[in-house]
Design a protein around this ligand. Structure first.
Ligand code: SAH
Length: 253
């Protein structure tokens, strides 16, 4: 059995209860190098085999899972944040299917959620945006042309931009040319939920200089959108006049 587990965004107590139990019972843990908090590994059994996938290929990861499976052991594949976001889990699951090794997935707190918490902010503010776009600038992994940053920016929705800290000049240009006014609020959240977390508020036009001034070159989330500003409408759900299944409002007949 292989359990894919989301380790959460960094803070050791942000793993789920289920994820922590699986980690404590694992015979082997293969963790995603730089972004998984090493303190989590201290919770494993004394004889647990621990591998850092940063220096491994997909083939080596699968082979290690296969070996543990053959000896009747359980592997936890520990991914940063939530495994479904830039986790490269599909290719692992497909190979496990082919080998007839069972697996399941335990979600985790993604860094885009931990970044909103660090601000703290709400992505889906009534009157501003009801949509969150999760994306990245193209790097060694290309982004399909139909999802280029400019076309996504045209929605002026709330955005959480991963894996792009080294490309902030291009990112600003694309966001502005795509449709965000230059003074649209933005934030760079460095290592959300880690002790060294930093939250830098800025605008879409000065992302690069803000990062440079603070010597941030990696492990940051870029948040963009008017949800970071002052304006919004209050929610209907908690409006005294609004009735719903669980509460009779003052508008009820
Ligand atoms: N599966 C992870 C994302 C992995 S991709 C998740 O759900 O969060 C790695 C990228 O995630 C980094 O380049 C950075 O953009 C972002 N990231 C990961 N951890 C972060 C953190 N604690 N704070 C801010 N951004 C983070």
């Amino acid at each position: 059995m292989v359990h894919f587990v989301g380790a959460g965004s960094g803070a050791v107590d942000l793993i789920t209860v289920r994820g922590q139990c699986l980690l404590q019972e694992a015979d082997q843990v293969i963790y995603a190098g730089s972004l998984v908090n090493p303190e989590l590994l201290a919770q494993t059994k004394p004889d647990c085999k621990i591998l850092n996938s940063a220096s491994m290929t997909l083939e080596e990861v699968i082979y290690a899972m296969q070996e543990t499976e053959a000896s009747g052991g359980v592997t936890v594949r520990l991914h940063t944040g939530d495994p479904s976001i830039y986790g490269a889990i599909r290719e692992q699951m497909d190979r496990l299917d082919a080998l007839q090794i069972q697996y399941d997935v335990t979600p985790g707190v993604s860094s885009f959620c931990a970044s909103a918490a660090a601000i703290p902010a709400e992505f889906t503010l009534p009157g501003q945006s009801q949509t969150v776009i999760i994306t990245r600038m193209p790097g060694r992994t290309p982004v399909p042309e139909k999802e280029n940053m400019r076309s996504l920016a045209a929605h002026r929705a709330s955005m959480a931009i991963f894996l792009s800290t080294g490309l902030l000049k291009d990112l600003s240009r694309e966001l502005i040319e795509g449709g965000y006014p230059e003074d649209t609020p933005a934030a760079i959240v460095y290592k959300a939920s880690w002790p060294e977390q930093k939250v830098l508020r800025c605008t879409v036009s000065n992302l690069e200089e803000t990062a440079e001034r603070n010597a941030i070159t990696k492990t940051a989330m870029i948040l963009v959108g008017s949800f970071l500003g002052a304006d919004y409408e209050r929610s209907l759900l908690y409006d005294p006049s609004f009735s719903h299944m669980f509460r009779k409002g003052s508008d009820a007949q």
